[in-house]
Design a protein around this ligand. Structure first.
Ligand SMILES: [Mg+2]
Length: 384
């Protein structure tokens, strides 16, 4: 636990810079957007307290927001029981890292202690390979397209993944409706064949299906045992009720997952009433501290937690720490990438789990020279 005296330590320096990383493979389209490419952009903020301790993490805080906390005591920005305060929230990840560094404890230990959950080191969190994008639009033959996505799934399997999320909804925009839907179904079968019967498969339509298309695809892939159907269509109480009833009548144990992007304000209500099974608010725009509090509520309702973070790089690692505090945390989303400047070597993926190191804070190391260079080039620094 944090020693009380230390919470008076003041923030004396705040630096912000963008670190540019790369995926090992180009990411194509989803049902609604074009190419996602190889670049991942990670805005990093580093906080320094007057005793020389530092913590860093993803933050989109502006220089104005940085000035607003300069000289603040740590205790004004963060409490060990509640996490970031309202004032500290723009610096949520850097604060958790800083507090972990000062305590010499991983964030997962801090959040487990605060929520009264037992935790063993190193932390092991189930994860899924989120890289199976719509990468086959240049191919005219469905079997060739399916073979391409299946080969991508095998790459993920070789990296240690045992759960795979497939982007579907080809017929929403990028292909004619029937041809795209047919290809979705062929791809799903090919991926199941590639990863074997034990692996977990999820689908994500990015709101590119409607109710009838969702039923058609889930019926025709019933033998593939889909774990969740994510963003089938923009969430709607009447349509989700229909889908739920249909899934039960057809004995298809597929979970309904939603919540990334512009989620319905009623989504949590629908989750509480059992209509939506998995909540996927983004780990950045929603935030780490808010997720801890939401996770506790979702646990109470029996709803599954699976935070979204695609494209964020940093979320691969930081989101895992939430799993120590949330009982029904199902999966961390894993978007394989590397960012020069952030050493992630403490982490590994093994048999479907992210293994998080027993290191202080979020267990990541910032390359001081590279970060300083990025700060000097087009970042910011404010100091007392
Ligand atoms: Mg999604």
């Amino acid at each position: 636990m944090i020693e009380n005296a230390r919470e008076h330590a003041r923030i004396v320096k705040i630096e912000g810079a963008l670190l540019i990383g790369k995926r090992p493979r180009h990411a194509g389209c989803n049902a609604r957007l074009g190419e996602h490419g190889v670049t991942v952009r990670t805005p990093i903020v580093r906080l320094t307290t007057e005793d020389g301790a530092t913590g860093f993490g993803r933050s989109v805080a502006t220089i104005g927001q940085a000035r607003s906390i300069l000289g603040a005591q740590l205790g004004e920005l963060f409490s060990p029981q509640q996490g970031a305060t309202e004032r500290g929230l723009p610096f949520d990840y850097p604060l958790w890292d800083l507090v972990g560094q000062r305590a010499g404890q991983p964030v997962y230990e801090l959040v487990a202690a605060a929520s009264g959950q037992p935790v063993e080191a190193p932390l092991r969190t189930p994860c899924y390979d989120t890289s199976l994008y719509i990468d086959d639009l240049h191919l005219t033959d469905d079997d060739e397209a399916a073979a391409l996505i299946a080969a991508e799934a095998r790459e993920g399997y070789a990296r240690g993944h045992r759960a795979f999320k497939i982007k579907v909804g080809r017929g929403a925009r990028h292909m004619p409706l029937e041809a795209g839907t047919r290809r979705d179904i062929t791809v799903i079968h090919a991926v199941r064949n590639a990863v074997g019967p034990q692996a977990t498969i999820m689908l994500d339509a990015n709101n590119g299906y409607n109710l009838n298309l969702t039923k058609q695809v889930l019926a025709e892939t019933a033998d593939c045992r889909i774990f969740w159907m994510e963003e089938a269509f923009h969430e709607d109480r009447v349509l989700y009720e229909d889908l739920k009833t249909w899934l039960q009548a057809n004995q298809l144990p597929v979970l309904i997952a939603d919540g990334e992007g512009q989620a319905s304000p009623s989504l949590l209500e629908w989750a509480q009433s059992g209509m939506v099974d998995v909540i996927q608010y983004d780990v950045f725009s929603y935030g780490f501290t808010p997720w801890l509090h939401l996770g506790e509520r979702l646990d109470g309702w029996g709803v599954v937690t699976a935070p979204h973070h695609y494209g964020g790089f940093y979320g691969n690692y930081a989101a895992c720490h939430l799993s120590a505090a949330i009982e029904r945390f199902a999966f961390a989303e894993w978007d394989e990438a590397a960012a020069p400047g952030i050493d992630t070597s403490g982490y590994s993926i093994h048999e479907g789990y992210v293994v998080t190191p027993n290191l202080p804070g979020f267990g990541l190391t910032l390359d001081t020279e590279r970060f300083q260079h990025a700060v000097d080039t087009d970042g910011y620094q404010v100091a007392l």
